[in-house]
Design a protein around this ligand. Structure first.
Ligand code: ADP
Ligand code: MG
Length: 731
């Protein structure tokens, strides 16, 4: 038995001998631990002087600028609260463009004449200085200023991340350069919320609302896989690239559909329950858990929140799931496609807008006027997706998500909108109003008064649409499971804000020219209902017919990230982002370069990891089997007349297969090497990314084929890597 096969068997033995889950009563009820580790409103009210509390609360509730004179008091109260909970360090917690979160811990500890004191000052709370030069910026910093700083963002609560020997006080922060450029994912998200608030308020005012602020709300359904840690430890590809670069299809995959909503295994349930407790402590309202379609695939959904908070929480969810899985001897896989041929993972981003009076702006109201207002926001969203669909496609582009989009399991790379039958009927009626004057009256007088009940009980479901209206929110379903949701929500909000502005301006113009509001609204909406018709699609988005139909409609279908990213720097899209004050031109260019770089790097790492696995694990196993077969054939030959003719038939056939596969692997590896070398020589980042997309992606798909074929003939006891049939079915 080879050594690596011994490790694989060892892993199987370890897993078989794992203790079954013990039933233990929870220490405290979920409701009691909720928000235990956040510096939440209640704690603030308790611990801060009244005037300070009021000022801070104002900033949080209204987005008002923070009064810096209160920083010292708040910092002190935070420190006292944290120390009581066993915290020794604090960190600014922020979201650089890696898509992950970053932290650098500092102790409260200070020396006062050799005496130790624990201190946390206002300026430490407000501002931090990580060394920005090691975070991706797409070159925007190198030209100007090498340093950046983090700044406290009071709009999401500070929290304590528990550690094995005490916790860390985390201060949610934004990350900006000294020249004021955003270096993180959160600053643009906050800017986009500001912009949509300004735009939506104008429309609300038109309809007589006294709301003072509008926020976007998001609820993100997070999919992930779990496999046993012992298997994970033996797969360098999972560790380094997040996905399996080789692996034969198991005899049983997901054909039986027996996993979706199936009963959750106790070991997994114990993990979920522990993870949820951690999340509750952090104030993350984890609400729904269930098995997903693929074996060992699961989903967690929290209750929605304001977009910036929801986005922070999604980061916490990913981190907590990872940590707690590890404690349970499990590895949580966040990659969009960990296993070829098995459904991948995504993130459904439920999105809406709410005003300061608590109204959901995508919830059809009870009166015709409310319905009219709802339709303005609905059609604005349609127009945003219609006009900037390519930009939305860009926001979900990554090397990982390319494996999923359009792979008959996930929404395709074609961005379209599903509205459901009733809403479609209403829009069609608005459209029809165009031809005759009499028809206009019909819609206004009869149609509208009927709207409320008609729209309300919308229960249509279309699971295949990338952007679906689901009753009182849109669901953007194409985000990758490992991605930060910030960018998608930033761009979506910016594009919707822009369409609201346009529609508002046209309505206002008609009104000031003497039209009645109702008539003006319907007239403008009619125009955009007609204009946006090409992106409305109610059928099966996974079908080939849709791809053809979409092409006829002129909708882009861009399969690979390197090309999808073009939309970021397209003139109309850049103008939108600048007009809505989301990014400066330089910020866009920096981010575009970062995304290109990340794409190229991801594929380079996959290539190197593949070569490594092929040469150091697969080929040795195949070559040793080959040698064994050659010996066997020789032995049979030596026995010559003692055995009937053709006695070595099986050995020879196997030998031929093995030799042919080994040759294919070697050729494939050489192809990858030379493609890597060529890529290396290309200086222009965009050209390099496109070269990688055109050459390396397919190579990686092709060279695994002979390896996956070998897995099915090489003796089990010399195969070095845990197999799909093991990783996906043994736990
Ligand atoms: P569905 O079954 O249609 O997916 P759920 O009620 O399960 O809908 O909700 C899915 C997610 O959508 C949850 O995270 C939920 O909190 C969120 N959600 C519900 N209403 C809104 C809203 N107005 N804005 C944003 N997210 C919302
Ligand atoms: Mg959903």
């Amino acid at each position: 038995m080879s050594d690596s096969a011994t490790s694989r068997y060892q892993a199987l033995l370890e897993i078989a001998s794992r203790k079954s889950v013990a039933y233990e009563p929870r220490e405290k009820d979920n409701a009691k631990v909720f928000n235990e580790n956040t510096f939440n409103e209640e704690v603030m009210r308790e611990r801060l002087p009244k005037d300070v509390y009021k000022k801070l609360r104002n900033t949080i509730k209204t987005g008002e600028k923070l009064d810096l004179s209160i920083a010292n008091t708040v910092a002190h109260a935070m420190k006292e609260w944290a120390i009581e909970k066993g915290v020794s360090h604090f960190t600014h917690w922020f979201q650089p463009q890696t898509g992950l979160t970053a932290e650098k811990h500092d102790a409260f500890l200070e020396l006062d004449d050799d005496k130790v004191v624990e201190r946390f000052r206002g300026n430490q709370l407000v501002q931090g200085e990580p060394d920005a030069s090691s975070f991706p910026s797409g070159g925007s910093r190198t030209t100007f200023e090498a340093r950046g700083y983090t700044m406290w963002d009071p709009s999401s609560p500070a929290f304590i991340a528990e550690g094995p020997r005490g916790g860390i006080l985390c201060i949610p922060s934004v990350f900006i350069s000294y020249t004021g450029e955003a270096l993180d994912k959160k600053t643009p998200l906050l800017r986009s919320m500001e912009s949509i608030s300004n735009s939506a308020l104008k429309v609300l005012k038109l309809f007589g609302s006294d709301a003072t602020r509008v926020v976007t709300t998001i609820g993100t359904e997070q999919e992930y896989f779990l496999i046993d840690k012992s298997f994970y430890n033996l797969r360098p590809d999972l560790q380094l690239t997040g996905r399996t670069l080789v692996g034969a299809q198991p005899p049983k995959g997901q054909q039986l559909d027996d996993h979706y909503f199936g009963s959750i295994k106790e070991r997994v349930l114990a993990f979920m329950q522990d993870a949820e407790t951690q999340l509750y402590k952090l104030g993350v309202p984890a609400k729904t858990r269930h098995n997903e379609v693929a074996p060992h695939q699961y989903e967690l959904a929290p209750i929605f929140a304001e977009a910036n908070v929801g986005s922070d929480r999604n980061q916490m969810i990913m981190e907590v799931l990872k940590k707690v899985a590890n404690r349970h001897g499990l590895a949580m896989l966040l990659h969009e496609k960990p296993f070829a041929g098995i459904n991948g993972s995504g993130k459904h981003n439920n999105w809406s807008m709410a005003d300061s009076n608590g109204n959901n702006l995508l919830d059809p109201g009870d009166t015709p006027e409310q319905n009219l207002q709802f339709l303005v926001f609905l059609v604005s969203t349609l127009r945003a997706v219609y006009t900037h669909g390519d930009l939305l496609r860009m926001t979900i582009a990554s090397a990982g998500n390319d494996h999923r989009l359009g792979a008959n399991e996930a929404p395709p790379a074609i961005i379209s909108v599903f509205l459901g039958e009733r809403l479609s009927e209403i829009l069609d009626a608005i459209k029809e109003g165009k031809s005759a004057k009499a028809a206009d009256d019909y819609i206004i007088d009869l149609g509208l008064s009927k709207l409320p009940s008609v729209i309300r009980d919308n229960t249509d479901r279309n699971r295949t649409s990338p952007f679906a209206f689901t009753g009182q929110k849109f669901e953007f379903r194409a985000i990758g499971s490992s991605a930060s949701v910030s960018l998608a929500n930033t761009v979506l909000s910016a594009a919707v804000a822009d369409s609201i502005d346009l529609i508002y301006d046209e309505i206002s113009k008609l009104v000031s020219d003497g039209s009645e509001l109702k008539d003006a609204v319907l007239k403008v909406l009619q125009k955009y209902v007609i204009e946006t018709e090409p992106i409305r699609f109610e059928g099966n988005n996974y079908s080939e017919e849709w791809a053809k139909e979409a092409e006829k409609r002129g909708l882009p279908n861009i399969k690979r990230t390197a090309y999808a990213l073009d939309a970021f720097v397209k003139k109309e899209n850049m103008e939108l982002l600048e007009r809505q004050k989301i990014y400066s031109k330089r910020e866009i260019e920096g981010r575009y370069n970062t995304k290109l770089e990340q794409y190229v790097t991801a594929l380079e790492i996959e290539s190197e990891t593949f070569l490594n696995i092929a040469y150091t694990m697969i080929l040795p196993a195949a070559l040793s089997y080959k040698a064994q077969l050659i010996d066997a054939v020789k032995g049979i030959k030596e026995l010559d007349t003692l055995l009937p003719k053709g006695s070595a038939k099986t050995e020879v056939e196997l030998l031929k297969t093995i030799i042919s596969d080994i040759d294919k692997i070697e050729t494939g590896c050489q192809d990858i090497k030379s493609a890597l070398e060529k890529a290396e020589e290309i200086e222009d980042l965009e050209k390099k990314a496109k070269f990688v997309a055109d050459n390396i992606v397919d190579l990686l798909n092709d060279v695994r084929v002979p390896i996956d074929a070998l897995e099915k003939v090489v003796p089990d006891n010399v195969w070095p890597l845990p197999k799909y049939s093991e990783m996906l079915f043994i736990m």
